[in-house]
Design a protein around this ligand. Structure first.
Ligand code: C5P
Length: 219
């Protein structure tokens, strides 16, 4: 049994991919499984936090003992995060789609016989992490993720500054690492005082370390 270091604290966790509709039967998605976000929600719960778990359509089931808010799109995810405020901390582990189709078709799109494929006009989705970092009800601690394939620390540090969050959990997802979709993760925690490289660990242990760090930061 772990000490309830986060008893009385409320933490929002976003997780999983988003699905952006093209028409009623088609969508744009990404390969996020939701594994790391789910493990983080479970680790925060284990330290006694009340967790609002805002999840896109993930491949792993949500943890027990957290409030699960299921969403599909980035816009729905942003609304769900807004509705979950206020919170002491937020961990934005979702792989939010950067773009959505400007106007999803209300009826299934059909081939028109011309041989010309449809053109999809895309618009940018809100950056939920940046929006929350500048929100009037900003949690005291906002944590983002950065999946990079090269120059991990430089890119992640720039991302931290650009988005206005407190910490970035950066990981190298180049294919040779086997991390994307795998059970382990090797992360570097980037904060105002620099970068800490963590050893390669199971995603559950990365989550436990992060949850302990969050408890320390809020204490
Ligand atoms: O810019 P990039 O997508 O690499 O940033 C990743 C971080 O930003 C993650 O924490 C992710 O959850 C968050 N993000 C977000 N909303 C977006 C895009 C990314 O919250 N539209």
């Amino acid at each position: 049994v772990q000490p309830a270091l986060l008893a009385g604290r409320h933490v929002i966790v976003t997780s999983g991919p988003t699905h952006e509709p093209i028409d009623p039967v088609r969508y744009i998605a990404n390969r996020s499984s939701g594994a790391q976000g789910t493990a983080i929600a479970a680790a925060l719960r284990d330290l006694g936090a009340r967790v609002s778990f805002v999840t896109g359509p993930a491949q792993v089931p949500p943890p027990a003992g957290v409030e699960v808010i299921r969403v599909e799109t980035a816009l729905q995810m942003q609304e769900a995060v807004a509705a979950a405020l206020p919170a002491d901390a937020a961990v934005m582990a979702a792989a939010v789609a950067d773009w959505r189709v400007a106007a999803a078709a209300e009826r299934k799109m059909k081939k028109d016989g011309s041989g010309r494929p449809p053109e999809l006009e895309m618009v940018e989705n809100p950056d939920i992490l940046a929006w929350l970092s500048h929100h009037a009800a900003r949690p005291a601690l906002v944590v983002g993720f950065a999946a990079e394939t090269h120059d991990v620390i430089a890119h992640a540090s720039a991302k931290r500054a650009r988005k206005g969050c407190d910490w970035i959990v950066a990981n190298d997802v180049s294919p040779a690492t086997g991390i994307m979709g795998g059970t382990e993760n090797a992360v570097t925690l980037i904060h105002a005082d620099g970068a800490e490289e963590w050893p390669r660990l199971p995603k559950a242990e990365v989550a436990q370390r992060l949850a302990l760090r969050i408890a320390e930061a809020l204490a």
